[in-house]
Design a protein around this ligand. Structure first.
Ligand code: SAM
Ligand code: SF4
Length: 317
């Protein structure tokens, strides 16, 4: 469906849980989030109904996210059913990889084509610091499992944090030379409820190019990422710049939270509840959400925080 500013909305980010086995400092509070009653959350059937409704208004790609989607006990069933919805040609997942050793092959068999994995550092102590409870070794085992499972694409998402991992840009980018992966550097977004990492943490993605003089443009962009390539690399380097160069003009997405709220824009508090609606009700609500997509969100910076009114684990990234 085309929105008021001529953008074709074809992409749904479906958050299946707010819960997570990590506590990344930029994403969720250390104490986690209060566990919600089942009555507040979408059931599996409601999620599938929402995906069918989204397909009816022109969505063809679904990314399953969270919280950590692999902690959801029925994740394989959700993935299988989403991938089977008529009109959905691309089903992907975003994960911290920790549970991928057991789940990578079943996810592939369930119809997941592409996997994005969050990994902000190659240093075990820094990984434990930023995730507050993670073990880098576990994440690597998950990445290996994803590479072995035969997905169409594996991407590594790095949240770029000044004073934390900017010194690792060359080493992280070199993963594209060592493995058949894309590495995407994402500017840190100032979200409500994150643990402030300090003003210096917000650095522009252009810093990646300064650190990689040998990177050349790889011709165009992949969704919202501008692409570059290192000599001899098997994968691309992507730069995602929601702060320094926001890409609202190309925003083709809707987000559905685990508690059944459609968000027309990541950085706005506007939401429409679809919990309890039937198929026709969901189609109408999704149409309204597309109609509510703003031309752009307000400028974000270390001092001007997102108006999302939710933490990132409650939205899905
Ligand atoms: N748990 C999964 C994971 O970490 O990949 C999926 C959910 S997570 C909320 C989705 C994405 O949002 C991750 O790539 C994460 O790095 C990113 N993210 C979370 N908080 C962010 C922030 N404040 N700024 C930029 N990216 C953020
Ligand atoms: Fe969990 Fe992903 Fe948020 Fe980290 S970024 S706390 S892994 S939901």
């Amino acid at each position: 469906m085309i929105d008021a500013y001529g953008r074709n909305v074809t992409y749904l980010r479906l958050s299946v849980t707010e819960l997570c086995n990590l506590r990344c400092r930029y994403c969720m509070p250390e104490e986690g989030v209060p566990k919600r009653s089942h009555f507040d959350l979408l059931t599996e059937d409601e999620m599938i109904l929402a995906v069918r409704a989204a397909a009816a208004i022109g969505v063809n790609k679904v990314r399953i996210t969270g919280g950590e989607p692999l902690t959801k006990p029925n994740i394989l069933s959700i993935c299988r059913r989403v991938a089977q919805v008529e009109g959905i040609v691309d089903t992907a997942i975003t994960t911290n990889a920790v549970m991928l050793p057991a789940l990578a092959t079943p996810l592939r068999e369930a119809g997941i084509r592409r996997v994005n994995i969050s990994l902000d550092t190659l240093n075990p102590e820094k990984y434990a610091f930023i995730t507050r409870r993670g073990n880098l070794h576990d994440a690597w085992k998950g990445i290996r499992a994803a590479l072995d499972a035969g997905f169409d694409k594996v991407k590594i998402n790095v949240v770029l944090i000044g004073g934390f991992n900017d010194d690792e840009i060359p080493a992280l980018a070199a993963l594209t030379q060592q493995e058949p992966v894309d590495v995407r550097f994402i500017e840190l977004m100032p979200m409500p409820g994150d643990t402030l990492l300090g003003e210096d943490a917000y650095i522009p993605a252009s810093r990646v190019l300064s650190a990689l003089p040998e990177a050349v443009p790889a011709g165009g962009h992949d969704g919202v990422a501008q692409l570059y390539r290192l000599p001899g690399a098997k994968g691309c380097i992507g730069l995602i710049s929601p702060l320094s160069n926001h890409f609202c003009g190309e925003c083709n997405r809707l987000r559905l939270t685990a508690d059944g709220h459609v968000k027309p824009c990541l950085h706005s508090g506007d939401e429409i509840s679809i919990k309890g609606l039937d198929y026709e009700g969901m189609v109408a609500a999704l149409r309204r959400a597309v109609g509510m997509k703003p031309r752009e969100h307000e400028t974000l910076s270390a001092t001007q925080r997102s108006h999302a009114e939710r933490t990132m684990n409650q939205i899905g990234g």
